[in-house]
Design a binder for this molecule. Structure first.
Ligand code: SF4
Length: 165
């Protein structure tokens, strides 16, 4: 199975709480948030196809990486493919994803819910220019939430993740 990817940053310190992240930017996004910083990732025609095995190999070539982040674009437009990747990564890494969908919307779609179930953290919601706040960690606008996914699924309600001071 293949993933459509706009690019990767193998050792990023700005994409996820808790350390060095291998960040994958999914190609394709329909949210069209006004002021999006990655408009080149919107088209589903752009980017490049990568076999999941190739991605796994590149991740394992970066041994300092303990976190895998899925950004975009929006990885939830390739929910089945990213689910498969997650199922091969889960035990060794903390898994984080960004999405323009709301947590509640992901729960209502079987494929998206399946991907959600693999994650540790989700930063959800569209970027809203009027709510832009440069002081927020890991978010562009104040409507976006950092969600503890496993806790939220267990509690059947959104549980926010508290960043370390
Ligand atoms: S969800 Fe993200 S990538 Fe998609 S338009 Fe909004 S800010 Fe841009």
């Amino acid at each position: 199975m293949k993933l459509k990817i706009a690019g990767v940053i193998p050792e990023s310190v700005v994409d996820a709480p808790g350390g060095i992240s291998y960040t994958i930017f999914a190609q394709g996004c329909k949210h069209r948030c006004n002021g999006c910083h990655n408009p080149q990732t919107h088209s589903f025609e752009g980017g490049k196809w990568f076999d999941i095995e190739e991605v796994l190999q590149d991740i394992s070539d970066h041994p300092f990486t303990k976190i895998i982040t899925f950004s975009g674009g929006d990885p939830f437009y390739q929910a089945k493919e990213f689910s498969l990747l997650c199922s091969k990564l889960k035990r060794k890494y903390k898994l984080v994803a960004y999405t323009g969908f709301l947590f509640e919307q992901l729960l209502a779609d079987e494929d998206k819910k399946e991907l959600l179930k693999h994650l540790d953290l989700l930063i959800d919601g569209p970027f809203v220019k009027e709510l832009r706040n440069v002081d927020l960690d890991f978010r562009g606008s104040s409507n976006q939430r950092i969600i503890d996914v496993q806790k939220s699924i267990q509690a059947n309600q959104v549980c926010l993740f508290k960043l370390a001071d």
